[in-house]
Design a protein around this ligand. Sequence first.
Ligand code: HEM
Length: 464
Amino acid sequence: MPPGSHTHRVSNAQAHAELMTAALLVPALALLAVVLWRVARWYSWARVCARLPSPAGATWLMGHAKPVSDLRHHRMLLQWDGQVGPLYCIKVLWARVVVATHPAAIHQLLRATPGVDKAQITFGMINPLLSPKGHPSLFSASTHSPYWRLVRKGVAPGFSMTSLRGSFHHIQEVVAEVLATLHRLGPGQAFDVDNLLMRGTMDVIGRVGFDANFRAVEEFRAGPPLDGGGHAGQGPEGQDIFSIVTASMEEINRRWANPLRARYLWWLPEVRAAVRYWRAFQARMQQLAEDVRARSQPADSDQSIAAHLLRLRDPHTGQPLSVDRLVPEIATFFVAGMDTTAHTMAWTLYLVAQHPEVEQKLCAELDTLGLLAMEQRPEPRRVEWEDCGKLPYLSATIKVCFVSLAARSDRATASSCIKLRCAWHLPALSAAPRQHAALCSCSLTNTVHERLRLAAFAVAVALQ
Ligand code: HEM
């Protein structure tokens, strides 16, 4: 054995051991730093939230998890708004969520927090419904991403007055179909107005946006109203596209209430049945995307959403959007536009029916333009594009109903400016006008104000 080789071996082993220790220590320290950073972040957020009121009923471990995991958690959010005001904090397990329930509060929050993004925990939930590959869409993509900007900027002209004017004939046709359905049903027949209006909206979006006729109004049958879960267990086979979309959305609502359904409860029969509806919806959207792609390059005058989507170029490849990317974009317009628009109309009709003096003024306005059906005029002329600008009272009524439904609380919560995170300031909220208390006890499902409250919830989560 050469002299010193033992010492040499020992120092080699020592160096090896030190290297191993360092190799373990560095990631362990990095992990510890991340954990400490997250705990510190959570702690500072919890301290911020402690300055906001919190509704009663939270348990030590679960917080408000139980009431918010109910399918109608938006109603709970509304109740809490009545208890503590339009801006409050709830605890869901370890997470603190700020809830803003009033449009004025949301407006102030968004203005005061430039750069606030869509919370992926809320918006990302919709990705597996809209796309088999889970691609984000205009609705769910981060507003900081070049993809969101591309699509948002690209399709915006599809909603311009010029574009809507050009496709108004589609709206006239759908309106004529809705009216024909009402004639067929006759007076005295009870039916789900909201369902018919959602079908009408679906047909309008299909025709105006994509030159596709889903014939949803044609498939309308008077029957009991859809009431969250109405399709469960039937399966999508043989069902019309409208039923497939509404059943698909039901599962999204359930996941928003209980996110565990997506990760851990996939084995439940009802979750698996819902996923079959998703596949059916995606198959229809895929078909539409392929039809749209197969059309020749759109003419410059074509202002439809389909044409705008076809004109987009992928920022990375310079190529048109692939069918994989078109599917979630097309699906978004149906999912985002259908119930929002239809519920606005349904609630407006409901509220007008509750206020005969308003109904009278509306009838007078329509009569002046020859648009009111009456004994002397059983078949009024059809509404033209130019009429839209000549109906100020109708227009104001829709806006008032919209705001009335979205807002209720007249309590100001924050009396002084609150700092949310490092750069997010929430100004003191001004008191909101008192709203119709009666509206809150209405029992129509999926109301507009509930939807908006969901949006408010989303904003709140985004602040997390
Ligand atoms: C009265 C009717 C409507 C209401 C109340 C409504 C409500 C909303 C709300 C609150 C958001 C924001 C969600 C968020 O980011 O927090 C939104 C986004 C969106 N809506 Fe609507 N919507 C209506 C009609 C429509 C229609 C008719 C369409 C399309 C045909 C549509 C397509 C979209 C899209 C694509 C987004 C995402 C926009 C983006 O992130 O840039 N909406 N809608």
